[in-house]
Design a protein around this ligand. Structure first.
Ligand SMILES: Cc1ncc(COP(=O)(O)O)c(C=O)c1O
Length: 377
């Protein structure tokens, strides 16, 4: 898939536009075709619809360029995460977040209860607690910034410690995205994404991916996908590739909006605390600056009001959608503790806010109107 480009020299903005294109030929298409086939004639390199197809390869090649590794697409972020956990033998020790993405912590709790894995839950942003938990572990599973606390983990330090302790080190890079950090370049074995979020970016499809530089890990994950069956539909993969073309632009704009809204929220007397590593007042600002190339577009903020009022506020917005998910062009928020599975370390009054690409003043006006509608003064 070189297409004659010297990919190393191209920037992310250019890679997402140029990558994953079919070979140039007269009247050849610019985009891969959606091959709706389960079955292929014998003798070729693919063999069957569960093993691969043209659109997966185009999307995988494109993400591979952003993360400098080899990518496998899965049916969802959780499909990719399950495949990663399936690499561990029965009873293996894994160090993971006590308050990371609730889907992952819920799955880990279930695997722990079933004695499939022995999970040591730690507060990932607290480096010492990670280091203490490492001896005897086979996997260090990281997420940074954490979802929804928006706390930054000291990735260079804990990845190096995890490798030294003999762990397979995995990083969920969904919130930061490859625009902002590349876990493989920091020494991690696997970087994974919910492609559902920023990489595809339009709140329309679910997909996930793993990226690794290791041929042996790639092979094991490919086997996990092939026989676990968590495969992407060709249509979803095509939509994700289309969304990826504007990933850099979307991310840039969302991030600018997030920075501006975080500053305005911080000054608002109805807000107790804003969690955004781009704010100099944020406890994770200096850590984020030390290895990240930006601060992302996820803000969490705590509101000085009763839970019912905060729920009303989230429901009153006209531009910002009250929903669970993130990373789309449209702004989305929700009070996270409305979910029974959310960690109890997350405050009841915390709103997670995925900032989209709308006009920032329109968003601010919507936030103000939502405060008023809920009678929050
Ligand atoms: C950080 C993170 N990782 C993984 C997932 C799971 O991804 P999916 O919903 O695509 O299965 C999510 C979903 O919200 C997430 O926020």
């Amino acid at each position: 898939m070189s297409q004659g480009h010297d990919w190393e020299k191209l920037s992310t903005e250019t890679k997402v536009v140029a990558a994953g294109r079919p070979a140039k030929k007269p009247d050849g298409a610019l985009n891969p075709s959606i091959a709706l086939n389960s079955t292929f004639h014998e003798g070729g390199p693919v063999g069957y619809g569960r093993y691969g197809n043209e659109v997966w390869s185009a999307l995988e090649d494109s993400i591979s360029l952003l993360e400098s590794g080899k990518t496998l697409i899965f049916s969802s972020g959780m499909g990719a995460i399950s495949a990663v956990f399936s690499l561990l033998p029965e009873g293996a020790v894994i160090v993971a977040a006590e308050n990371g993405y609730q889907g992952t912590t819920t799955m880990l709790k279930k695997l722990h209860e079933a004695k499939r894995l022995d999970v040591r839950f730690v507060n990932l942003p607290d480096t010492d607690s990670v280091l203490e938990a490492l001896p005897g572990a086979q996997m260090l599973y990281l997420e940074s910034p954490t979802n929804p606390a928006i706390e930054v983990v000291d990735l260079p330090v804990v990845i190096a410690a995890g490798k030294k302790a003999g762990c397979l080190v995995v990083v969920d890079n969904t919130l930061a995205t490859p625009m902002i950090q590349n876990p493989l370049a920091l020494g991690a074995d696997v970087s994974l994404h919910s492609v559902t979020k920023y990489l595809s970016g339009h709140s329309d499809i679910l997909l996930g991916c793993t990226v690794t530089k290791s041929e042996s890990i790639l092979e094991k994950l490919e086997q996990a996908r092939r026989y676990g069956g968590a495969i992407a539909g060709p249509f979803e993969a095509w939509i994700a590739l289309r969304g990826l073309r504007t990933f850099a632009l979307r991310m840039q704009r969302s991030q600018e909006n997030a920075m501006e809204l975080a500053k305005r929220l911080e000054k608002d007397p109805r807000v107790l605390r804003v969690r955004y590593p781009g704010l100099p007042s944020d406890p994770f600002h200096l850590r984020a600056k030390s290895f990240m190339r930006g601060f992302g577009a996820m803000i969490s903020f705590e509101v000085k009001a009763e839970v019912a009022q905060i729920d009303k506020m989230c429901n009153s917005s006209k531009l910002i959608t009250n929903a669970t998910s993130l990373g789309g062009v449209e702004s989305i928020w929700e009070r996270r503790r409305r979910w029974a599975t959310e960690s109890h370390t997350i405050p009841e009054n915390l709103i997670r806010f995925s900032v989209g690409i709308e006009n920032v003043d329109d968003l601010w006006a919507d936030i103000q109107a939502s405060f008023s509608a809920a009678n929050i003064k």
